[in-house]
Design a binder for this molecule. Structure first.
Ligand code: ADP
Ligand code: ASP
Ligand code: MG
Length: 356
């Protein structure tokens, strides 16, 4: 995939990647020009969030890594990942099996989760050395997972255990996606967000303390970005001040994307998913649904609150407060421009001022 050959979509506007295509990497705030001839400012840091369907298997991971590789030529990129599609549901079913005393079944299912990720690692076809290294990482994580799922004894299966188990999906996918990036020539490291996303202890729906998260997150992420390394941050998870793993609610990796974008002062957040953007209704269910090209924060908030799963509702207050531009784009159709959420654009000064 070469984003520099990205096409214009039906709206006649270029995608953010196309707009960046004519630019060279520049210091934050430097005025530069793209091929269209319009003066602009380079978004120095961009946050990319990939959903579970975008990461389902080695081919998709490598494809998504190609999107990061193209963007990384022009900007610093921070990545946030979901678990591979289906994995969180699987982990939660293991927690339910534990809660109802089906220990042997839970153990077997946990082994399957580890095997699934080891299979993806195999399919990534890394060099022998790299494959051994990542295999070791996955096995350490697998050991921790199996530790939560004992064959004998009693398990205290409260909300806290559900969050600890659910957290493994993102922890596995971050390691695999960092490996896919490395294979694509992009230096990358996995980062577990519980290192810096500080939350309350409402397990399964934890609220982050944004200011403390921002301070701690900058210490973790900025040195990586400054060194030209892409941090691959786990979505969905945080930790209480005393280090217990929490999750921010189902489907909340979008929110994690906005948190990370806020932490690193990203100029924009791109939510990469499996549809061309936000539609008037779920496009997989309604033939009448049509794509929305531009939304204000309030309009997006209303759509998300009405159940449009494509974007988690908690993204919007934070994006609005920090005036972060959010794009919703299709990993599998990156030529499409996607939906832009933000303040109305002023054509002459906006970094994405259209094809003019
Ligand atoms: P991801 O795994 O990338 O986070 P999700 O499954 O959470 O993706 O969200 C994308 C899905 O949201 C789409 O496949 C689509 O079926 C659904 N969806 C529901 N409402 C909308 C809408 N208004 N516009 C676009 N997609 C929607
Ligand atoms: N993996 C989590 C879930 O399935 C978070 C997410 O994908 O956004 O809910
Ligand atoms: Mg989602």
């Amino acid at each position: 995939m070469n984003l520099e050959n990205v096409q214009e979509d039906v709206s006649g506007e270029r995608s953010p990647a196309a707009l960046r295509a004519g630019r060279s990497k520049a210091a934050h705030g430097e005025v530069i020009h793209y091929a269209g001839g319009v003066a602009s400012q380079l978004p120095n840091i961009v946050a990319f969030k990939f959903g579970g369907s975008s990461l389902l298997g080695a081919d998709r991971m490598l494809h998504a890594a190609g999107l990061v590789q193209s963007a990384a030529r022009l900007s610093n990129v921070a990545v946030v990942v979901s678990a591979m599609k289906g994995v969180t549901d699987h982990l939660l079913s293991i927690a339910r099996a534990l809660a109802s005393g089906k220990l042997a079944h839970a153990r077997h299912e946990a082994e399957l989760v580890l095997d699934l990720h080891l299979d993806v690692l195999f399919e990534l076809q890394l060099s022998e050395q790299e494959s051994l290294r990542v295999r070791h990482e996955l096995q350490l994580l697998g050991r921790d997972l199996l530790h939560e799922v004992p064959v004998h004894g009693r398990v205290a299966a409260g909300a806290e255990l559900f969050d600890r188990l659910a957290s493994f999906g993102e922890r596995f996918s971050a390691r695999l996606f960092a490996a896919a990036l490395e294979k694509s020539g992009v230096p990358a490291v996995p980062v577990t967000s519980s290192e810096f996303v500080l939350t309350c202890d409402t397990f399964r729906d934890a609220q982050p303390h944004l200011e403390q998260t921002r301070l701690r997150g900058r210490d973790v992420l900025l040195p990586l970005l400054e060194a030209g390394i892409v941090p691959v941050v786990t979505g969905f998870i945080g930790a209480t001040p005393d280090g217990r793993i929490t999750t921010l609610g189902r489907n909340s990796s979008d929110f994690s994307g906005a948190i990370v974008a806020h932490v690193v002062n990203a100029d924009e957040l791109v939510i990469w998913t499996d549809v061309d953007g936000i539609y008037t209704a779920n496009p997989t269910e309604s033939a009448e649904a049509h794509l929305l090209h531009e939304l204000s924060y309030d309009e997006a908030r209303a759509l998300a609150a009405s159940g449009a799963k494509v974007l988690h509702a908690k993204v919007l207050p934070l994006a609005a407060e920090t005036e972060m531009v959010v794009w919703v784009r299709n990993t599998f159709n990156p030529q499409a421009r996607g939906t832009r959420i933000g303040s109305p654009r002023v054509p002459e000064t906006s970094p994405h001022g259209g094809a003019a």
